[in-house]
Design a protein around this ligand. Structure first.
Ligand code: NAP
Length: 255
């Protein structure tokens, strides 16, 4: 396939491409073709904005195509970040299985070191794994460990500074990062203005209760709401909302 890619990710091809191929290029090239650091977050959610039931069950809100989209995101980044709540609820592998590609480095944000000791990602040996804990619980390190290891990072009452997490990862060689969940983790990164793109994978499903996806501090008027540039893509029976947050679009930075 002879695709010419311009700066910024626009593309052209001498022959007509299948619609789904063209959509993939439209969706991914703007950031895959742009060099430099990138932080992308995703949440798979119901129409009413839930990412899991109250008991923590989230398998599966999204259809197979949307789950394949998530694996494609993993394959295109250097590291995938999740909060300890996701590790304890889902025992995820965070590997690339539905598409071809390299497994990203797996990073667990766990300031109080409360992750379950039997979590698969600490034992399966399928990808480098970093367990980020408060600096009082483990020594700081500048490089990725060969085996899953606790690494200490400075932490306040508000947790790790998302920018500091991304900085640590960039210095360790992970410049492209997917913040995969759960809701608390993605919300903290978005609120801190640390996310460039947010993919909301919305399934035609009403859960009506349970864990919220994005949750930001309250605002008084809709002038204060985020209104990012948004593109829509069909993904099986689900819809991907591709939001361009840019860095510094978080509420923390708003007037
Ligand atoms: N549908 C989806 O796309 C999706 C994706 C992932 C997970 N899930 C579901 O979401 C649920 C878990 O989500 P959740 O929102 O409850 O929890 P979570 O985001 O997975 O984990 C939250 C915890 O991670 C730690 N953490 C996250 N960011 C941090 C930061 N910047 N600094 C310090 N600590 C940080 C904190 O631990 P401490 O409390 O110890 O401070 C925090 O309470 C599960 O039910 C899972 O199935 C759904």
């Amino acid at each position: 396939m002879d695709v010419h890619i311009a700066r910024g990710g626009s593309w052209r091809c001498a022959r007509a491409l299948r619609a789904d191929t063209a959509e993939l290029l439209d969706l991914f090239l703007p950031w895959v073709a742009t060099p430099g650091r990138l932080a992308i977050a995703q949440l798979g959610q119901s129409l009413d904005g839930r990412i899991a039931t109250a008991s923590g069950a989230s398998h599966y809100i999204n259809c197979l195509e949307a789950r394949t989209h998530l694996h494609r995101l993993r394959a295109l980044v250097d590291a995938v970040v999740v909060g300890v709540g996701t590790v304890n609820a889902d025992d995820p592998q965070l590997t690339v299985r539905h598409v071809a590609g390299r497994n990203p480095v797996r990073v667990v944000l766990d300031p109080r070191a409360r992750a379950r000791a039997d979590a698969r990602l600490f034992h399966d040996g399928t990808a480098p794994t970093v367990h980020l804990v408060g600096v009082d619980l483990a020594p700081a390190r500048a490089v990725l460990p060969e085996r899953p290891a606790r690494i200490g990072l400075a932490c306040t009452d508000a947790g790790f500074d998302p920018a500091a997490v991304l900085e640590w990862l960039a210095r360790a060689g992970c410049r492209r990062v997917l913040v995969e969940g759960g809701g608390l983790t993605v919300s903290r990164f978005v609120h801190a203005g640390a996310i460039d793109r947010l993919h909301l994978l919305v399934a035609p499903l009403l859960i009506g209760s349970g864990r919220p996806g994005l949750a930001l501090p309250p605002i008084d008027t809709l002038d204060e709401a985020l209104r990012p540039a948004c593109r829509l893509f069909r993904c099986g029976e689900d819809t991907v909302f591709d939001l361009d947050l840019g860095r510094d679009a978080g509420l923390a930075q708003q007037d």
